[in-house]
Design a protein around this ligand. Structure first.
Ligand SMILES: Nc1ncnc2c1ncn2[C@@H]1O[C@H](COP(=O)(O)OP(=O)(O)OP(=O)(O)O)[C@@H](O)[C@H]1O
Ligand code: SF4
Ligand SMILES: [Mg+2]
Length: 349
């Protein structure tokens, strides 16, 4: 992570001229699914920004829309997904919605890349891991067979795979879950993407390997100025490894801002509920997202009002009828929260 906490996920700040375009700008993104049970608003009016060389941490309970958001950016949504009119995803100023499928294939790996929650999603069972890596390297970087093999083995070593030359010829099912995840990370970073989305990249790995992988991703950011969206349930990782944070609840971003500012001056009761449920947030250990008391949110045909209202200790009558917008926190132009009655607490950690 950059030591600076100045660059953030803000879009709402008042002076556009002072803010050059970000590497990634997501504007008013909506992704809905028609299901037999009703309309699922998996992502509902999300605005985000990621700058080159910076890491945005994306947190929220299971089902809050983190993976659907990531898949929308990668343009790999399920066929039943409906991206809502007015949604924009700009990568270096180019609206990905307008990119042809052919050009899109060239963007993947080089401009944007993703480490999936489930390693098998990005690995082909019938090909050896060497074949999968060299195919990517030859297609995107134009390496010849010999150079691609050398580079693939280097990448496998880089992500901590022992005896990488031997592993090169193995199929994914010969590897443990942790090893498979390292291969997917090698694949994702093979072409030094400008933007990497890492969806719980280290969940299957032990603490030591997790640190190694996060260090590796950090080094890549430094050398290649790579932007990253890091989705994790580990709040220690969020605290120690991100420049900015976006908190998602029921498909919406309910709070976002520079990491240090958000953790020390959180405004949204949901963010506080996440933090309160663990004893010492700033300890950079495996501090997983806790479960929050109360009913999980309804995202199928949700009732009016703030989606957190049924669980919120600060809820008042208005919260059950109106939905709050994400608004800039006074005197903190990069910090925004969606709450009618934001917390004024300081130093809550
Ligand atoms: N193909 C689909 N059809 C219908 N609903 C879907 C589909 N994919 C995702 N959803 C719904 O969208 C919502 C958001 O799912 P998503 O996978 O993005 O959650 P998440 O925040 O990544 O959760 P987790 O932390 O468990 O990975 C969930 O309610 C999920 O059931
Ligand atoms: S708007 Fe109301 S219910 Fe929603 S988080 Fe704020 S206080 Fe709680
Ligand atoms: Mg997910």
């Amino acid at each position: 992570m950059s030591s600076s906490t100045e660059t953030a996920v803000h879009k709402e700040e008042s002076s556009p001229s002072a803010t050059p375009a970000g590497l990634l700008e997501v504007r008013n993104l909506g992704v809905w699914f028609d299901t037999p049970r009703g309309l699922v608003r998996a992502v509902d009016g999300v605005d985000l920004r990621v700058d080159a060389g910076q890491t945005l941490g994306l947190v929220g309970e299971s089902g809050s829309g983190k993976s659907v958001l990531s898949r929308a950016i990668m343009k790999i949504l399920a066929p039943s997904a409906r991206v809502q009119p007015g949604s924009e995803i700009l990568l270096n100023g180019v609206d990905l919605a307008t990119v042809s499928p052919k050009r899109n294939k060239h963007l993947w790996g080089v401009d944007l890349s993703m480490v999936f929650q489930d390693p098998m999603t990005s690995l082909t069972p019938v090909l050896t891991i060497g074949q999968q890596l060299t195919e990517t390297l030859r297609f995107h970087l134009g390496l010849d067979r010999r150079a691609a093999k050398a580079e693939a083995i280097r990448l496998l070593t880089l992500v901590g795979i022992p005896e990488s030359a031997r592993r090169f010829d193995e199929h994914p099912h010969h590897l443990s879950g942790g090893m498979r995840q390292r291969v997917t990370i090698a694949l994702a970073i093979a072409c030094s993407p400008k933007l990497l989305i890492a969806d719980e990249p280290t969940t299957a790995l032990d603490v030591t390997v997790q640190q190694q992988i996060l260090d590796l991703l950090h080094d890549l950011q430094e050398t290649a100025n790579m932007g990253m969206i890091l989705i994790t349930h580990d709040l220690g990782v969020v605290a120690g490894r991100t420049d900015s944070v976006a908190v998602m609840y029921a498909g919406k971003v309910v709070e976002k801002g520079p990491t240090r500012q958000l953790f020390s001056h959180m405004r949204h009761p949901y963010t506080r509920a996440l933090m309160d449920a663990i004893p010492r947030l700033m300890h950079p250990s495996h501090t997983h997202l806790p479960s929050i008391p109360g009913r999980p949110p309804t995202i199928i045909d949700p009732p009016p009002g703030c989606s957190f209202a049924p669980r919120c200790p600060s809820a008042q009558a208005r919260c059950h009828t109106e939905s709050p917008n994400l608004e800039i926190v006074p005197d903190s132009p990069e910090h925004a929260a969606a709450c009618f009655y934001p917390l004024g607490t300081k130093d809550v950690i």
